[in-house]
Design a protein around this ligand. Sequence first.
Ligand SMILES: [Zn+2]
Length: 168
Amino acid sequence: MSDQSLPSGALEALQRPSNAGDRSTIRKLSDFDQGVLAVSASHDEDLGELTHKFDLLCPRNGCGSVILKAGVGRWVERDSVELDISKEPLHPDLPTLPAPPATTHWWLVTPNIIEFENIGFTRPVQKDAVAAQKLKFLICAECDLGPLGWCEEGGNEFWLACSRVGYR
Ligand SMILES: [Zn+2]
């Protein structure tokens, strides 16, 4: 017997951290008939605002790392952002967002990254030579799946796309 026969990736799979979710319990926004309505509830501190009543997870089957605890983000509908500037094909767990200036649904997290359980960032990207601000994209801290959302470099607002996170 040789240990060369382990399929690549098997060892990493065994070593996944304990907060990795059970794949069968990760739900996507598209799994809920009522969309955002089905996953939202009044915010504890500000009843006029909506928050997510589920923990937000990395949507990748087999990862499910907890990104944000329930009740932290605030629901906002605002301009969509072009997240997919890479030439690589989009991962099947990441639905395409509408093209700006159409709006889409976001979970807004403020004022800093301490609010997150786990989150990763890409290097700053300047999408538009005219724009002064550079964007960073939010990715899963465990498996690098993304972009799941965005923030401005040095900014204090973090935007997660409602359709690009899992719910549990
Ligand atoms: Zn992940």
